[in-house]
Design a protein around this ligand. Structure first.
Ligand SMILES: [Zn+2]
Ligand SMILES: [Zn+2]
Length: 411
């Protein structure tokens, strides 16, 4: 029998079959993509992973841009921007952007390559389960592609203030964002499936059914120990009683959203004087500079995305009654959107950190991080966290229960 795979959004069980060359398999109940067939073999993916690690080193190690004003030069790397923020006392912003822009992507690439290599060599490390649990937790917080977009916005904003020459780090970041979205296909579940196919891990569904491990995706009978047979992660049938937790996170995000928009996100000092900018002010400024395309991107990422996330989560929490599978499908799709757009609102926080380093010409210009940046970062973290705690499968549970009740009534 083929291994079983449970849809993460509606819990429907499927047999995992080969989707054919370059094909993908989607859930027949809610449409969520369950798995794809990659373009490369596992050995080719290992090489791709190593290449991603090298590109990461180039992007982070070489200058992104060289800026000069009246004979003064500044060489920008992401690390130098983090360092400058730290030195000026913006510890919160520096640590937050450092984690999601540097450390998490680095650990994500390194762990993925390590496990892929072990799978290709058919020798799994003894603590594979722990490594993959870490990878699973970390991946949503790894935001290298958002950082790339932020670089673009920051460069356009600073272009008028200083002479700018692109460095190898910029090319590195662009290539990195594409390579990381390719490598991102290898999440913990995909790696477990590969181990399953190679006969190195127990087959999902071989030990009964009725429960699914969220950490490794293994379908099994509800274990008496409360821990997954395959990876040892704690297993709960559903995230029961977590509606209150999601509400609390949404509410906290709303509270942080107010100072995030009313307080200045950055302060600019030049020879002409000093000024403070809010997030919306920054959008207007980009528009007035003629970069309407970037103004739209920043508006979407900083205003539309967080508001959409908050409204969508509140709607999903309030509307519990489901009449038919169509409505539930739409709600599942809405949740998928909330999950997908999650990290993009970090854009403005990255922009501020980068601009701080880009305008650092002592005596001529200086940009400082405003109090809104940390508040805005908190909104992003809280809304992403809320989406992770929300369980879309419970809506489908209610629908199934209603149908069972109808059936028994008809009999
Ligand atoms: Zn589904
Ligand atoms: Zn497991």
């Amino acid at each position: 029998m083929a291994p079983l795979i449970a849809c993460p959004h509606c819990d429907t069980l499927h047999q995992r079959l080969d989707p054919g060359s370059r094909g993908l398999a989607a859930c027949r109940c809610c449409g969520t993509v369950l798995y794809r067939r990659g373009w490369f073999s596992l050995r080719q993916w290992v090489a791709f992973g190593w290449a991603t690690l090298i590109v990461f080193a180039v992007a982070q190690g070489f200058p992104i841009a060289q800026l000069s004003v009246q004979g003064l030069d500044v060489s920008l790397t992401f690390w130098s921007a983090l360092r400058l923020c730290w030195d000026r006392g913006y510890y919160g912003v520096s640590v937050m952007t450092g984690l999601v822009g540097f450390w998490f992507p680095l650990v994500q690439i390194a762990l993925t390559v390590w496990v892929m290599q072990a799978l290709a060599a058919r020798r799994l490390p003894p603590d594979l389960a722990r490594i993959l649990r870490l990878l699973q937790r970390l991946t949503p917080w790894s935001m290298a592609p958002v950082l790339v977009l932020a670089l673009l916005v920051a460069i356009v904003k600073v272009a008028g203030m200083a002479q700018l020459q692109a460095g190898p780090g910029l090319v590195g970041f662009f290539v990195l964002s594409f390579m990381m979205s390719g490598l991102g296909r290898w999440d913990a579940h995909a790696l477990w499936r590969e181990a399953e196919d190679a006969g190195m891990a127990s087959i999902s569904g071989a030990h009964g059914r009725g429960a699914v491990c969220a950490a490794c995706g293994c379908v099994q009978a509800q274990p008496a120990s409360g821990h997954c047979l395959r990876c040892g992660a704690a297993m709960r049938h559903r995230r029961h009683g977590h509606d209150l937790e999601v509400w609390a996170l949404v509410l906290a995000a709303v509270i942080f959203y107010i100072p995030a928009n009313t307080l200045p996100v950055m302060r600019v000092q030049t020879l002409l004087g000093s000024s403070s900018h809010t997030i919306l002010g920054g959008v207007v400024e980009l528009w007035q500079m003629g970069s309407w395309d970037l103004a739209v991107i920043v508006f979407v990422a900083s205003v539309l995305v967080p508001v959409t996330k908050l409204l969508a989560l509140s709607f999903l929490l309030l509307r519990k009654h489901v009449d038919d599978s169509r409505t539930q499908q739409q709600r599942t799709r809405l949740f998928t959107v909330v999950e997908f757009i999650g990290q993009w609102s970090m854009l403005d926080v990255f922009v501020v950190v980068l601009m701080t380093a880009m305008a650092n010409f002592p005596g001529l210009s200086r940009i400082d991080v405003g109090p809104a940046a940390l508040n805005f970062g908190a909104v992003v973290v809280l809304t992403m966290w809320a989406a992770m705690r929300y369980d879309p499968r419970r809506g489908w549970d209610r629908l199934r229960l209603a149908r069972q009740a109808e059936d028994s009534h008809a009999r």
